[in-house]
Design a protein around this ligand. Structure first.
Ligand SMILES: O=c1ccn([C@@H]2O[C@H](COP(=O)(O)O)[C@@H](O)[C@H]2O)c(=O)[nH]1
Length: 234
């Protein structure tokens, strides 16, 4: 499928950051056919999310497993192969060359797309300095996007504010997925590098990840519909 053929609905990935499967199931039921792509992260994975991922896939939804793997090559390769076997569509690993290459190998021959996490959207230059990095966000994002391209993974996770720069590095075929998305006026929470759904899309994001602006909304279905409408107009 070419990029132009992806519908606005399929560009929205809702993050199921819940402490249990029952709460995640209730939201998926509430959103119905308006949302087709879900992200399962660390919290839900620890609470039985892997079996729930398989159920979602069986019911026709797409699943992004956001595990941000980072370990020795053999472990990352085998874990990636196991994710591919489960039928998930997207999997994250941290964008270190060794990790990216191992994940690319683990996904070989499958439909799984591996995404390298560049710099977390909750980080700014001061956070990187506090973690011991000499380079700032822009430089680190550039380096990691280039590592992802060189390792041959499908694409990257970056902030919407980095998307245009990243697009120039990964090229038109690279998948650019951006969390840190906030509709105008939404609570920013712990995110630091943010943009609206429309601005993320205009900057070159193929897909956006949205959690709390949908999951914590008084009316999650209306919130999801507004985001899809905004994407459609971008
Ligand atoms: O750099 C990153 C990588 C992953 N995430 C994940 O995306 C969602 C965002 O949730 P919100 O509630 O919309 O802030 C969450 O699951 C993160 O683990 C990210 O935010 N930034």
């Amino acid at each position: 499928m070419s990029d132009a053929e992806i519908s606005p609905r399929d560009r929205l990935i809702v993050a199921l950051d819940f402490p249990n499967v029952a709460a995640a199931e209730a939201l998926v039921w509430q959103l119905g056919d308006d949302v087709a792509f879900y992200k399962i992260g660390l919290e839900l994975t620890i609470a039985g999310g892997l079996d729930f991922a398989s159920e979602l896939i069986k019911s026709g939804k797409k699943v992004f497993l956001d595990l941000k793997l980072h370990d020795i090559g053999n472990t990352v390769e085998k874990a990636t192969a196991a994710a591919a076997e489960r039928g998930v569509s997207l999997l994250t690993v941290h964008a270190y060359p060794q990790t990216l290459k191992a994940a690319a190998k683990g996904a070989q021959g499958s439909a799984l797309k591996v995404l390298g996490v560049t710099v977390l959207t909750s980080y700014d230059d001061a956070d990187l300095a506090a973690a011991g990095y000499a380079a700032g966000v822009e430089e680190m994002v550039r380096r990691r996007a280039a590592s992802a391209r060189e390792a041959g993974v499908a694409g990257v996770i970056c902030a919407p504010t980095d998307a245009a720069m990243v697009r120039a590095i990964v090229g038109p075929a690279g998948l650019v997925v951006t969390p840190g998305v906030r509709p105008a006026g939404a609570d920013v929470g712990d995110q630091k590098r943010i943009a609206t759904p429309a601005d993320a899309r205009r900057a070159g994001a193929d897909m956006i990840v949205v959690g709390r602006p949908v999951t914590a909304a008084a009316d999650p279905l209306a919130a999801a519909r507004e985001i899809v409408a905004e994407l459609a107009g971008a």
